[in-house]
Design a protein around this ligand. Sequence first.
Ligand code: PPS
Length: 297
Amino acid sequence: MVLRSETGEVEGVTLTKSICSIWDQVWNFQARPDDLLIATYAKAGTTWTQETVDMIQQNGDVEKCRRATIAKRHPFLEWFIEDPLSTPYSEKPVMDLAEAMPSPRTIKTHLPVQLVPPSFWKQNCKVIYVARNAKDNLVSYYHFHRMNKALPDPGTWEEFIEKFMTGKVLWGSWYDHVKGWWKAKDKHRILYLFYEDMKENPEQEIQKILKFLEKDVNQEVLNKIVHNTSFEIMKENPMANYTREFQAIMDHSISPFMRKGAVGDWKNHFTVAQNKKFDEDYKKKMADTSLVFRTEL
Ligand code: PPS
């Protein structure tokens, strides 16, 4: 039986107790110059971007991309992975895996920019950041908390909206996260992408990633990447849809990891009153940024 995680804080940012317990190790992680970091607020399109990047790195070879699950292909910096040698269920830091991995590595993180291990900046690593509009991000996060027992209990939908607005959720405030990374892109090698753009015009966004990674593919390969990173294909891909591992903690019958993959699903969740309150609060929290999101296409 897996218990829901307790939380702690690092510099005011809510993280799981487990992450807090290995924080020194996370902070001192040694990045390499050719590491690529994929950074997101949780549920903003991480897995989608990971699969896209891997398809690019493997030059569109689907079989190569299915060599391992997405969690094994790209270590999740601050997280834990099931220890296959242990019964009952136990976990070990993913970092152990990352450290043993040959270069070039692609690493996933949900850390806000100020908590990214300094070695990534020292090594001038490239980072792809993906942001998703707050309302869809919140809806996706709520359903993920319901199905993933490694996360704290979300409470009711109403309660979860409140937690999200106050930033008392894992990886902290969505508002600070997207704004912090937006600012950082002027100082570091960061490609800042939006989930909504990826949905509207995947080919165009893949082209941006190609350019950023200084890679080139022909039109046939590009078409293949667009096809294989579509929601419909990824939903059925066991190497990308999280059905191959974390079975003790993720219950896809409550809500699948690949849930809807849409822009605007928030409309099916927010009441008129909730929406009004959220918008008013949003305006205040986002008044100090030039960052603009689309909540529908
Ligand atoms: S995690 O756990 O933080 O790594 O989750 P993450 O991958 O960031 O986000 C999961 C949401 O992304 C949707 N998704 C996609 N949308 C469109 N196209 C593709 N290919 C795709 N792959 C994953 C996934 O369905 C989750 O969103 P929701 O809204 O819950 O469906």
